[in-house]
Design a protein around this ligand. Structure first.
Ligand code: FAD
Length: 491
């Protein structure tokens, strides 16, 4: 056993949640150690992103250019064969003012590449990232967590102390129960997923060719996510009783049989070939993935992303919840380390906001699984669960785009300072050669337009000496500071 020098914060897990919180804390000059069990790039499911992640958190992290250069598939919205309507229906994020112009486009990503971009960015911001280091337990001092015991790449067990430990080690976390309480698995969402990858699958007609396609059938539903022009992620989400019989045979056969039970997916895959080698070569199963802990923090420790909760993948909310909670946790830790507010107040705000976002998806999904309704009824439910004053359709799009909280950092692409940087960064695009796809051209030209508009607003605000604070979301609650990286108590 070897002991190491202190850090301000230890983050366990280098997925989107861990990279987000560690970067946003390191940006404030704090010492952050990130322990990641695997050697990156590593496979992960969760490939369909929301506008709030791409234009909110990722802008705040400063990876907008990296994402653009990775040439991920632009995603305008979703196409669903779902509910009473026999025909597929489509929504676009652009119908909502919240995701106006370029911020209405998200991405479909290969997680090996996306997660690598975020982890490299954490390193770039000074985070001490150590791969192949697996957290074994937390260190405690009375009721307070004060460090981590981990096994390094050589198998040596080490102990390192810190003021805060963030568990962002995902649904398989070994330490999430150290905050106390219990993980609850709602019976309603006890589904299982069986998934693999195909080349040569069909695409929806333009302009929706990058959309996620979700198709319900008797045994459950399929996702069909175009990752590149060639590669498609295909998964069946099944009720436990369906999967039991299907998978007892053979995974390959089970997936083939299920595809044949869903005509829309069978048609899309009619000329496709399953990938059988490399990281996409396995047919994988995930189960027991919807849950929520009844406690998210204790003194010195907080859970971020899947370590705290996850809800059904139909609206691709996982990376949004992970990165949003990473932002909320970073705000809390930055505020305490700066000596501005006490830890309990900050973590309570963290938990309140994270639970609220989770609950919006949870409550909406309960109604969305009622297949006897049509899409208009689903849109109406979205308005009801978010208490939105916009139209039913806009309320739905705001919710499934990750904008229900209306946090400015999520829906207006980052902090004021970040907007300034974007203004500079994207003004350059005007002179850049255009990319090949129409989607990308649209993305760039309207992005420039938006940034110019936002740049003008910033200049006016600066001239007037005006700083706009957001409202607290509950009586006596905290509000984000203008840079988005701390909490403030108004009044
Ligand atoms: P993770 O991405 O799981 O990252 C955790 C990291 O911690 C990993 O790199 C892991 O190696 C590391 N780790 C684990 N244990 C330790 C340890 N002891 N020490 C150190 N490191 C450790 N989300 C979407 O947004 N869109 C989708 O389309 C989508 N589809 C999904 C489909 C299915 C079937 C499922 C189950 C989930 C889906 N998700 C989707 C959810 C998404 O996968 C997760 O919500 C997201 O990856 C959570 O990010 P995270 O950072 O919390 O955890």
């Amino acid at each position: 056993m070897e002991n190491e020098l202190d850090s301000d914060v230890i983050v366990v897990g280098g997925g989107p949640g861990g990279s987000t919180v560690s970067t946003l804390v390191a940006m404030q000059g704090h010492r952050v150690l990130l322990l990641e069990k695997e050697a990156f790039p590593r496979y992960q499911i969760g490939e369909s992103l929301l506008p709030s992640t791409v234009h909110g958190i990722c802008a705040l992290l400063g990876v907008t250019n990296d994402l653009r250069e990775a040439n991920f598939m632009p995603k305008r919205g979703g196409t669903f064969r779902w509910g009473r309507s026999p025909e597929p229906w489509t929504f676009s994020f652009s119908v909502s003012d919240t995701f106006s112009g370029p911020t209405s486009l998200a991405y479909q990503v290969e997680r090996m590449k996306f997660d690598q971009i975020l982890l490299d960015n954490a390193r770039k911001h000074g985070v001490d990232v150590r791969e192949q280091c697996s957290a074994v337990d937390v260190l405690t001092n009375g009721n307070r967590v004060g460090g981590v015991r981990y096994r390094d790449a050589e198998g040596v067990v080490r102990e390192v102390s810190s003021r805060f430990v963030v568990d962002a080690s995902g649904n398989g976390s070994r330490i999430q129960d150290r905050v106390g309480g219990t993980r609850h698995y709602p019976d309603f969402f006890r589904n299982l997923a069986l998934f693999g990858y195909f080349t040569g699958g069909k695409r929806l007609p333009p302009p929706n060719s990058g959309n996620i396609l979700c198709a319900a059938f008797d045994g459950g539903w399929f996702w069909y996510i175009p990752l590149t022009a060639e590669l498609t992620s295909v998964g069946a989400v099944l009720r436990p009783e369906t999967l039991k019989t299907a998978v007892q045979a053979d995974r390959e056969q089970a997936l083939t049989d299920l595809i044949q039970q869903c005509p829309l997916i069978a048609d899309h895959l009619s000329n496709a070939t399953r990938v059988t080698s490399g990281p996409y070569g396995d047919i994988r199963i995930r189960k027991d993935y919807s849950y929520c802990r009844d406690v998210f923090h204790r003194p010195g420790m907080v859970l971020v992303g899947d370590a705290a909760c996850f809800i059904d993948p139909v609206f691709s909310s996982g990376v949004h919840l992970a990165t949003y909670s990473g932002l909320l946790a970073a705000r809390s830790i930055n505020t305490v380390l700066a000596g501005r507010l006490d830890e309990r107040t900050c973590f309570e705000e963290y938990e309140f906001r994270y639970r609220r976002e989770y609950s919006v998806f949870h409550d909406f999904l309960l109604a969305f699984y009622d297949m006897h309704q049509d899409e208009n009824s689903y849109f109406w439910t979205a308005k009801k669960v978010t208490s939105n004053t916009a139209s039913d359709l806009e309320s739905f799009v705001e919710l499934v785009g990750g904008g229900a909280s209306q946090e400015r950092g999520l829906v207006r692409a980052g902090s004021y300072q970040d907007r300034r940087e974007q203004f500079r960064e994207f003004a350059d695009l005007i002179d850049e050669p255009q990319n090949t796809t129409n989607d990308r051209e649209l993305f760039q030209s309207s992005l420039v337009e938006l940034v110019l508009e936002e740049g003008a607003k910033l200049q006016m605000q600066a001239a007037a000496g005006e700083v706009l604070y957001e409202e607290a979301v509950r009586p006596g609650g905290l509000t984000p500071s203008p840079d988005g990286l701390h909490w403030t108590r108004l009044g």
